[in-house]
Design a protein around this ligand. Structure first.
Ligand code: GLU
Length: 449
């Protein structure tokens, strides 16, 4: 394990006691503080004026009631959150998650990660995150609409093109963004396109935004492999998840010549040694909104569905965890290493536990942390904001070319920073330090605010 620098120890203790019980937030903060020892040793000025303490404290946290009426005419209550973490580099920017596991600690961990991720993109966006413990599974389209409208009825007073720009995350895609944008427009009487990203193409969305997180993660891993004279070509790849990130990761890996042998949803995973049929996955998950077990049922002989269990038991050269936080344990990492994994690219936010990251580090597995590897989604959101501000709309090719360039820059920045701080190929260290330095520079310039 990395040790925390003694100057930073009290800061971590304060974060732990002040945010009691917020396990995921503790985990995210500890990882960043572990990396910062080398920075404060080299540049003590970054530890002045409680700068690191300020970075660990959200600028604002909003918690609100979301009442709505279900199809049985019953009143339901959920809890809504928006954590506006850091606006030193630009308006707060980050997604909204609808999932029953959502609580303040989860939103704070996501918001904290977002601050560094957004800084790595080099684009003018601060960090924030929001969500609700609402469970969209099994809800009708009308129920989803009523929920989104109620959620926005409170959220609208806290957001804006120059203030805070939400987007999607788990459980929030194009449909939900559309309902939220509609309600924002109605409440404010303004067509303020730049207030939300991930919009549909018919009302101000950007081409390639839907694909961006998965494509971006694949570009990042491709570049990482390239620095070792390798590529995706002919590699066995396992991608966990079957949501937006996983689907477009699979699409780009296939385009780069890799073979997807397994993917999953929260019920279990499917293995297809002939290579996953992505069109069928898209049909099942995006159109029919069904469980992935359907894949094996429909394809028949030789396609295995394993209920529960761990997808990381499937041998692969490259693993791309793209489902959710802490989905890949130390034990899973040991299995992957034993089976010869060469590279791991995180499409989800913090999918590997600290134990897993340590296993990969010791085994010299190339490891791309989510805050760098999955930054393509939010980067393309910033490109959507640019298009909205200039009342323009770019082609798919133009947008994807910008995305590819941004991912290459993020990769190289992380790699160069890791080398500069004496730990070549440590992308965790490189991402944390490079993201921190950008935010810290702006915060110092802006004074104690
Ligand atoms: N939810 C995504 C993330 O974790 C995207 C956020 C955005 O586009 O603002 O980065």
């Amino acid at each position: 394990m990395n040790r925390i620098d003694e100057k930073l120890e009290p800061i971590l203790s304060e974060v732990l006691s002040r945010n009691a019980g917020e396990r995921e937030f503790h985990q995210a903060a500890r990882e960043v503080l572990e990396s910062l020892g080398r920075v404060v040793a080299k540049h003590p000025a970054y530890a002045e004026d409680a700068l690191i303490e300020r970075i660990c404290e959200p600028e604002r946290q909003i918690i609100f009631r979301v009442p709505w009426i279900d199809d049985q005419n019953q009143v339901q209550i959920n809890r809504g959150f928006r954590v506006q973490f850091n606006s030193a580099l630009g308006p707060y920017k980050g997604g909204i998650r609808f999932h029953p596991s959502v609580n303040l600690g989860i939103i704070k961990f996501l918001g904290f990660e977002q601050v560094f991720k957004n800084a790595l993109t080099g684009l003018p966006i601060g960090g924030g995150k929001g969500g609700s413990d609402f469970n969209p599974r099994g809800r009708s389209d009308r129920e989803i609409m009523r929920f989104c409208q109620s959620f926005m009825t409170e959220l609208h007073r806290h957001i804006g093109e120059h203030t805070d720009v939400p987007a999607g995350d788990i459980g929030v895609g194009g449909r939900e963004i559309g309902y939220m944008f509609g309600q924002y427009k109605r409440l404010t009487n303004r067509f303020e396109a730049g207030v939300l990203t991930g919009k549909g193409l018919s009302y101000g969305g950007s081409r390639a935004r839907t694909e961006a997180t998965g494509y971006g993660a694949t570009y990042f891993v491709q570049r990482m492999l390239e620095t070792c004279g390798e590529s995706f070509d002919g590699k066995r790849v396992v991608v966990s998840g079957a949501g937006n990130v996983a689907i477009y990761t699979m699409e780009k890996v296939i385009a780069f010549g890799g073979k997807i042998v397994a993917c999953s949803d929260s019920g279990g995973y499917v293995v297809d040694e002939a290579g996953i049929d992505l069109d069928l996955i898209k049909e099942i998950k995006q159109v029919r909104r069904e469980r992935i077990a359907e894949y094996a049922r429909q394809k028949g002989a030789g396609k295995h569905y394993i209920e529960g269990g761990s997808i990381w038991d499937v041998a692969c050269d490259v693993a791309m965890p793209s489902a959710t936080q802490n989905e890949l344990s130390g034990k899973d990492a040991r299995t992957l290493v034993k089976n010869g994994v060469q590279a791991v690219g995180e499409g989800a936010n913090m999918p590997s536990t600290p134990d897993a990251v340590e296993v990969f580090r010791r085994a010299n597995v190339l490891f791309a942390p989510g805050k760098a590897a999955n930054a393509g989604g939010v980067a393309t959101s910033a490109l959507e904001m640019q298009q909205n501000a200039s009342r323009d709309s770019w082609t798919f090719e133009q947008t994807e070319a910008r995305l590819a360039e941004i991912m290459r820059n993020i990769h190289d920045l992380c790699a160069d920073t890791a080398s500069e701080y004496g730990a070549p190929r440590d992308y965790v260290l490189g991402a944390n330090i490079a993201g921190f330095v950008r935010v810290a520079e702006a915060m110092r310039a802006l004074g104690v605010v």
